[in-house]
Design a protein around this ligand. Structure first.
Ligand code: KG4
Ligand code: ZN
Length: 401
């Protein structure tokens, strides 16, 4: 390995949830191939990801997906410098498929193996695209990672190519994307719910229902949150807690609103119509559904959706910008599936402009799970020879920072 000429090429592999993905990235920046096999349509039948089905699909897809990425990149395994794989967090069985395959490939080809945290990957999706635009971001950065599984705030800083993260806020219950999905489900909409809510919210009045976020009740007050880079004194603990999130309350408030306003029947009628329509056309989008069957989207429901989104985005915005100010962040990154939300992008951009802070989002392709972000996050570790040993295992509850 020592005599190899470095190509800068890293093969990234991602299989933590419902996407089997492989990508080839040069020097952490230039994406030569980015292949994603999504299982969304499969899981949509169940209204959520089914772990057993996910593992089976990953097993079926991993070899063709990696092969397609290598072909797209015009590279052979001999051209690679390293293999990077998602270690966690994610579904145990799903992670295991990617890790086992990556380990076998690394061993067989004599290549170093690099373990990447999936959340770190989401952050690097944005950092990679900032480098591609030749607009690298100043540090420290405040990163909001907001997806179906996470709503986390990190203070991120690079020294000598290696990134360090300090978790300064997290959800104590549901993730924001999870709240979008659950509310969409309880309103009889399609899966995943985020894109449905986003498209429909544009047609409602965001001020119709005044959802409020109260103080957060911490179930585990006695349990300090460990971080890599900081101590655990009381002040730090309290400080961190002030930027936490909670989204289960608003989900319950939406449910109560539906019950209190006699909307349940309309929800069931909508669910029946959309379930039938989606069976015929699984790719049916919210905008098309609204156009083709406007009678199932009454004004009260559209107002409720708009008000929910307005409140959730407002809460994400307040926590993120207050944390950025508190920690003296020089820029803001928003990543993860919910970063695709159009109201979130609009309001974060306006607030950042107002404060003179740069804010960066991933392109739509980079905001959902992919392997280019894993290969990009691995680059600094490769240069610092931070390799995983033979003992690499899936860590479903892996933390960052
Ligand atoms: O990052 P991601 O692809 O997967 C993980 O959860 O790791 O995020 C998926 C989440 C889902 O909850 C989905 O509903 C949400 O992102 N999402 C959105 C939008 N697009 C996707 N939420 C709100 N607005 C959107 N436009
Ligand atoms: Zn993700």
């Amino acid at each position: 390995m020592a005599t190899r000429v470095q190509s800068g090429l890293i093969l990234g592999i991602e299989s933590s949830c419902d996407e089997t993905a492989a990508a080839v990235v040069r020097g952490g920046t230039q994406v030569l191939a980015n292949v994603v096999a999504s299982q969304m349509a499969l899981h949509a039948n169940y209204g959520g990801v089914v772990p057993e089905l996910a593992s089976r699909e990953h097993l079926r897809n991993i070899v063709p997906v990696v092969r397609a990425a290598m072909e797209q990149a015009g590279a052979g395994f001999a051209d690679l410098d390293a293999i990077a794989v998602t270690e966690g967090p994610g579904l145990a069985g799903a992670l295991l498929v990617g890790i086992t395959y990556a380990k076998a490939l690394a061993l067989g080809r004599g290549l170093p193996l690099i373990a990447v945290n999936h959340i770190e990957g989401h952050i690097h999706a944005v950092l990679m695209e900032a480098r591609q635009r030749e607009q690298p971001m100043e540090m420290p950065l405040l990163a909001l990672v907001v997806s179906g599984g996470h709503t986390h705030l990190y203070l991120a800083e690079e020294t000598g190519g290696l990134w360090r993260y300090r978790n300064v806020g997290r959800t104590v219950d549901d993730a924001a994307g999870e709240a979008f999905d659950k509310v969409a489900k309880l309103l009889g909409l399609g899966y995943p719910g985020g894109p449905w809510m986003d498209a429909l919210a544009a047609h409602g009045n965001p001020k119709a229902v005044g959802f409020k976020f109260g103080p957060i009740k911490h179930r585990d007050k006695s349990e300090p949150q460990r971080t890599q880079s900081s101590g655990e004194d009381t002040e730090e603990f309290e400080d961190r807690r002030s930027f936490d999130f909670s989204f289960s309350g608003i989900k319950t408030a939406v449910l109560r609103y539906v019950q209190a306003h006699g909307m349940a029947e309309r929800v069931e009628a909508r669910r029946a119509r959309l379930t039938a329509a989606l069976k015929q056309r699984p790719a049916l989008r919210a905008a098309e559904a609204l156009h083709e069957m406007p009678e199932i989207f009454d004004a009260q429901t559209l107002d409720l959706i708009a008000s929910f989104q307005y409140a959730v985005v407002g809460n994400l915005l307040k926590q993120t910008f207050t944390a950025a100010e508190t920690y003296g962040a020089r820029g803001i990154i928003v990543s993860g599936g919910v970063a695709a939300n159009s109201e979130l992008r609009r309001r974060f951009t306006a607030e950042a402009d107002r404060r003179g802070l740069p804010v960066a989002f991933p392109t739509l392709a980079m905001s959902t799970d992919n392997a280019a972000m894993i290969a990009a996050a691995a680059w600094g570790k490769f240069e610092a020879s931070e390799f995983a040993g033979d003992g690499l295992v899936a860590v479903p509850g892996l933390k960052l920072g």
